[in-house]
Design a protein around this ligand. Structure first.
Ligand code: GAR
Length: 210
């Protein structure tokens, strides 16, 4: 039976789109069964609906607190009985109990070479820090924001002419390569977590240099 993927977004959903497209093109034994957003206006929702994927919007502003929102979100996710839950530009801090519930099957992508620059404005921070390389990281989610066992990273050179937007655009190209690959590894059971380290069982490279 095909594995079931639920993707959470907050905005345009280009990583979600890359995952949906690669899943179809490469014929994974998996389906993206739902795309859920905390922002009703997220443009990625319309794209997903056009592909015939179930969509839902849960406006976090309508909830009294983080716990109440996360509890409802988990209910909505679990209606789809996911094997893997994928955060793709989902810009919410998650409660420890939510993270615990999906432990080992909750993936995130963050646009920095973690553990450098967790949080927001990562591209600006990398430029301001004088970094010569930047990138993005796919990791299993733990209760620590933007931390957790690293599945793969893409490394992108920072040029002296880069600004936040140009760097973000180049890193995004890399995100669209490593995130679908990491999700595929996860649904195919080709990852093993050992403490902080994640092993790709076929020995495929867990680092991409652009
Ligand atoms: C991506 O760059 C992703 O790495 C980042 O948000 C963007 C979403 O773009 N995620 C985070 O910053 C999470 N901390 P998308 O909606 O086009 O995929």
């Amino acid at each position: 039976m095909n594995k079931r993927i639920v993707i959470l977004i907050s905005g345009r959903g280009s990583n979600m789109q890359a995952i949906v497209e690669r899943c179809a093109q490469e014929g994974w034994a998996a389906d993206v069964v739902a795309v859920i957003s905390n922002k009703p206006e997220a443009s990625g929702l319309a794209w997903a609906a056009q592909q015939g994927i179930a969509t839902a919007a849960l406006n976090h502003k309508a909830f009294a607190n983080r716990e109440a929102f996360d509890a409802e979100l988990a209910q909505e996710i679990d209606r789809h009985a996911p094997d893997v839950v994928v955060l793709a530009g989902f810009m919410r801090i998650l409660t420890p109990s939510f993270v615990q519930h999906y432990q080992g099957r909750l993936l995130n992508i963050h646009p920095s070479l973690l553990p450098a620059f967790p949080g927001l404005h990562t591209h600006r921070k990398a430029i301001e820090a004088g970094c010569r390389v930047a990138g993005a990281t796919v990791h299993f989610v733990t209760a620590d924001l933007d931390h957790g066992p690293i599945v793969s990273q893409v490394v992108v050179p920072v040029s002296t002419t880069d600004d936040e937007d140009s760097l973000a655009a180049r890193i995004l190209v890399g995100e669209h390569r490593i995130y679908p690959q990491a999700v595929r590894w996860c649904v195919e059971g080709r990852l093993r977590i050992e403490g902080c380290r994640v092993h790709q069982l076929d020995g495929e490279a867990q680092c991409l240099m652009l």
